[in-house]
Design a protein around this ligand. Structure first.
Ligand SMILES: Nc1ncnc2c1ncn2[C@@H]1O[C@H](COP(=O)(O)OP(=O)(O)OP(=O)(O)O)[C@@H](O)[C@H]1O
Ligand SMILES: [Mg+2]
Length: 497
């Protein structure tokens, strides 16, 4: 035989049946839910059952008329002002020292309210895992915290308490006027239900799932319930009951013309208040200066991390050759008064061009190019890039005259030019170009020479040269790769003075 509770004359129920239980109290506005929940709390309090009530309307302080309940929150009527910084400590004191708490959240904006509740419930959940004592949490307007179809951290926590709290001794009493808006899992798993009147079809559908009756019966019975009457469901027991009226002041009563005086309220013993104040000072509410100091420390830490990241990225960029090095450009040669004719169509090489050249054989010892191609911006394989570097290095070892002629022709490809024209642009003597030049480049196949009526004409053969010189890489780099090689060589050779 357990400890009987006096909730209704129609009902025999004992205290033990509430340990670790999930209780749902549902019904439309004014149907008597808060009264029913209040009666359950009164019964539990009279047996010193530890609890917290999450009160978002500020209607449970009246329990103090008979019981030592601590009201915490913000605004008028609360005994201890709290915020998210000390919610966890209050929860610990409540569970450890068995102090019944009304967590009055009516004075907070919803973000802060949710933050406080999350801290509070997380603390209770964790501590319950160690203490494993009976404890119950009442939640008014539960649809606000465990809405159907929405995922939040807070909902996760409340659902966890309601569905899996039993092993820790944790029970929950969820109260809501919006049955259809409360997470279905919680309702379907609730072991005990107090179903007050509902009228809307959606709510009726929820009731039909919770009651073992036909839909038409559900509708008929439920709509005829009067204030204070409800259907009690607990396992096999399903019966209509009338819940007694609360013995303590119900701040959520429906006002009438009679004046209702607020009763004298019991105070929680000074030693408990002191214990909570100590917890608050130790780990709770922070001063503004403390908050700013902590914020500053966090920002400084972030700044340090960012500076380290920037340094690291700069180092990487340097390694990859991303950092642009400004090299003073040689001034362009002064243009002499020579008319440059428009480019003529490509010409065939005048002389028999030599076989494919190789950097390793015909081009002698290789030295490192002074300005290698930007490796990271190239999609070419390293071997190809090295080959390009070797060719550039080889050209750099040619005479100044050769380099200038090649640079000019590459830059003005595919045009063909006479020695006079090239001389005018490169500031070199025409005769030198005609007589001395450019044997090595011609032999390598980098340029071609053709005799025409207006004299010798020279033209860049870079593209043909690349096709032949890099033929071995074609399977790997394809035509696009050859094109890129030509482009890179063209850029670099055109810059050669
Ligand atoms: N069992 C009861 N016996 C007598 N009066 C009751 C009973 N239950 C509720 N009442 C009265 O009915 C009114 C509404 O009750 P209550 O505040 O509990 O409804 P509620 O369902 O919680 O409404 P709301 O959704 O607005 O919070 C109150 O004035 C209350 O005192
Ligand atoms: Mg209510």
């Amino acid at each position: 035989m357990g400890t009987p509770l006096s909730i209704s004359r129609d009902l025999e129920i004992d205290l033990e049946s509430l340990i670790g239980q999930c209780v749902a109290v549902l019904g439309i506005r004014g149907s008597g839910k808060s009264n029913t929940a209040g009666v359950i709390f009164e019964e539990l309090l009279s047996h010193n059952y530890p609890m917290s009530i999450v009160d978002i309307e500020g209607e449970y302080f009246g329990l103090k008329e008979k019981y030592e309940v601590l009201v915490v929150g913000t605004g008028d009527g609360v005994e201890i002002e709290i915020d998210a910084g000390c919610a966890a400590e209050i929860a610990e004191v409540s569970m450890e020292k068995n102090v019944p708490v009304v967590l009055d959240l009516s004075g907070f904006l919803s973000d802060e309210r949710n933050e406080i509740l999350m801290e509070y419930l997380t603390s209770l959940w964790n501590l319950a895992g160690t203490l494993r004592r009976p404890y119950i949490i009442g939640i008014e307007e539960a649809h606000e915290f465990i809405p159907q179809g929405v995922k939040t951290e807070l909902k996760e926590m409340i659902s966890r308490i309601a569905l899996r709290g039993r092993k820790r001794g944790l029970g929950a009493i969820v109260v809501s006027q919006r049955s259809a808006k409360v997470e279905k899992d919680v309702l379907s798993q609730a072991g005990m239900l107090f179903l007050h009147r509902v009228v809307h079809e959606v709510d009726m559908r929820v009731y039909s799932e919770l009651l073992p009756w036909r839909k038409s019966e559900v509708k008929e019975i439920i709509t005829s319930l009067e204030t204070g009457n409800c259907i009690f469901v607990n396992g096999e027991t399903v019966r209509p009951i009338y819940v007694r009226e609360r013995a303590t002041f119900h701040a959520g009563f429906t006002p009438s013309l009679e004046t209702v005086a607020t009763p004298e309220l019991k105070q929680v013993s000074a030693s408990i208040i002191e214990a909570i104040e100590r917890a608050r000072e130790g780990r709770g509410r922070k001063s503004r200066a403390q908050e700013l100091e902590e914020q500053l420390a966090r920002l400084q830490e972030k700044l340090g991390e960012r500076e380290a990241k920037i340094a690291h990225l700069e180092e990487t960029a340097r390694t990859l050759g991303y950092i642009k090095v400004e090299v003073p450009q040689a001034p362009l040669p002064v243009l002499k008064h020579v008319e440059v004719p428009p480019p003529t169509p490509a010409i065939a090489p005048a002389t028999q061009l030599p076989e494919q050249i190789s950097a390793e054989c015909g081009w002698g010892v290789i030295k490192v190019a002074s300005e290698p191609a930007p490796a990271s911006s190239s999609t070419l394989p390293p071997a190809v890039r090295r080959h390009v570097d070797r060719l550039v290095a080889r050209v750099e070892r040619c005479s100044l005259l050769e380099r200038r002629v090649l640079g000019f022709l590459v830059a003005h490809s595919p045009g063909s030019y006479t020695a006079s024209q090239i001389g005018a642009w490169t500031d070199c003597a025409r005769e030198m170009i005609e007589d001395e030049l450019p044997h090595e480049l011609l032999e390598a196949g980098l340029i071609a020479r053709e005799r025409r009526t207006d004299g010798l004409r020279f033209q860049s053969r870079l593209r043909t040269f690349v096709t032949s010189e890099f033929a071995v890489y074609l399977p790997d780099i394809g035509e696009a790769g050859l094109h890129e090689v030509t482009q890179q060589l063209s850029d670099r050779l055109a810059r050669t003075p």
